[in-house]
Ligand binder design. Structure first.
Ligand code: ADP
Ligand code: MG
Length: 389
């Protein structure tokens, strides 16, 4: 293998593209990134930045023609171009037909039902009128969770609707999937990888703890605070899921552990994922390196933990929009086990993901103590244009 000659293309130049390019840099791979502006996070760290739109057929097609292996950091790319590129012999992971299933939450749920994989019960609706009609004729009852089939990310395309008032204020328009409201005990995520030889390895399960206002992951702990049986069952379910899809690369499997002890698949992402950032600092192999190993058909790395960890997402402070500044860095850097990762986004906005911190320690409890202090200390603000929103 001569890594410098392998052109690895990444659709998307956000933080996931950046961390993928950083991992690729360790092996001197030739990384190509397609996104709209070189000032995006991956811009300064990839070998070649190509300006274009990953949703545009021509841009994706022209970009794909230049590389040997093509991958993604975001699902919402132009899959028509990927189909054409695959037909013309470009190696693409995840495969475009699987990506088409995953980027549509309706098709994704249908896939689990067809494959006999556990997921909450659901129905598909073509628009909000059909949802209202179902409520009138009694085929749908409160409470329920409505998800836009294709328009959502970071909780933005999800509405929890418990009563008629919520219906008026929260109902989303367009094609949607409606799921039963699951009685969630914990939200877990398992990242699993598969290469072309069919080798499969899963990272240890992690527990996601959400900010109730923003509906974004606030802390993430590894190991998860669950029994060994639940942990093993979660990892096995993730392995079954990637094998059912037959994907190469990473698959991040978001799971619900219900109050009755059942594990349900919520959704998946066929790429590096927010719930795997701790692996950079706390596992033998990072999720980013594992993705590269998997898409290049190299042996998968050990997924074992070196240490317990708690990860904190650094979100833009409420009331701050504009050129970014970081407050409290010095205090954080004086705390033991603190690993700061800033994504390099030039502008902050309330709840925008601007970076993350992984705290490593002997135990999750010890890591949590420091992670809470980090969260209180390190603030993403703007000293430029400030206004209340
Ligand atoms: N069926 C459900 N029952 C209860 N809560 C849900 C359900 N589906 C989603 N949620 C909550 O909403 C969050 C976001 O939903 P998800 O489908 O993961 O969307 P996103 O793509 O924005 O991550 C989940 O992490 C969970 O907290
Ligand atoms: Mg999710």
């Amino acid at each position: 293998m001569n890594p410098t000659t392998i052109k690895t293309g990444i659709l998307g130049g956000g933080q996931l593209g950046k961390m993928l390019a950083l991992a690729a840099h360790n092996w001197d791979l030739d990384t190509w990134v397609l996104d709209q502006d070189k000032s995006f996070p991956a811009g300064p760290v990839c070998s070649h930045f190509v300006t274009g739109n990953f949703k545009d057929f021509e841009d994706v097609y022209a970009f794909g023609k230049q590389v040997d292996v093509l991958t993604i950091e975001i699902e919402h790319v132009n899959t028509d171009a990927l189909h054409k590129l695959a037909a013309e012999g470009v190696k693409i992971h995840p495969a475009p037909e699987k990506l088409n299933i995953i980027k549509d939450k309706g098709l994704q749920k249908q896939f689990y039902a067809d494959q006999g994989l556990p997921t909450s019960s659901f129905r598909l609706y073509s628009d909000e009128k059909e949802v209202r009609k179902a409520l009138q004729d009694g085929s749908l009852t409160f409470p329920f969770v409505q998800k836009s089939r294709t328009a959502g990310y970071d909780g933005r395309g999800v509405a929890v609707i418990k009563n008629p008032e919520h219906l008026e204020s929260r109902l989303l328009s367009g094609p949607c999937v409606i799921e039963e409201l699951v009685d969630i005990d914990k939200e877990l995520a398992v990242i699993v990888a598969r290469n072309e030889r069919g080798e499969v390895k899963s990272f240890p399960a992690v527990e996601m703890i959400f900010n109730p206002v923003a509906n974004l992951v606030e802390f993430l702990s590894c190991p998860a605070n669950v029994s060994r049986e639940v942990e093993e069952a979660a990892e096995q379910l993730a392995v079954r899921t990637i094998e059912a899809y037959g994907l190469c690369g990473l698959l991040a499997v978001e799971l619900f552990l219900t109050k009755s002890g059942e594990l349900l698949i919520n959704e998946v992402a066929p790429r590096p994922h927010n719930s795997g950032h701790h692996t950079i600092d706390s596992c033998y192999t990072s999720q980013f390196e594992q993705h590269l190993r998997a898409i290049l058909n190299l042996p998968l790395g050990s997924t074992e933990m070196k240490t317990a960890s708690v990860m904190v997402n650094l979100l833009g402070e409420e009331g701050h929009s504009g050129p970014v500044a970081y407050e409290g860095m010095e205090q954080c850097l004086s705390m033991k086990g603190v690993n700061v990762h800033l994504y390099g986004k030039k502008e902050t906005r309330p709840f925008r993901k601007m970076g993350h911190v992984t705290v490593v320690a002997d135990s999750v409890a010890a890591a949590f103590d420091i992670a809470r202090r980090v969260k209180e200390t390190l603030k993403v603000i703007s000293r430029g244009v400030e206004f209340k929103v």
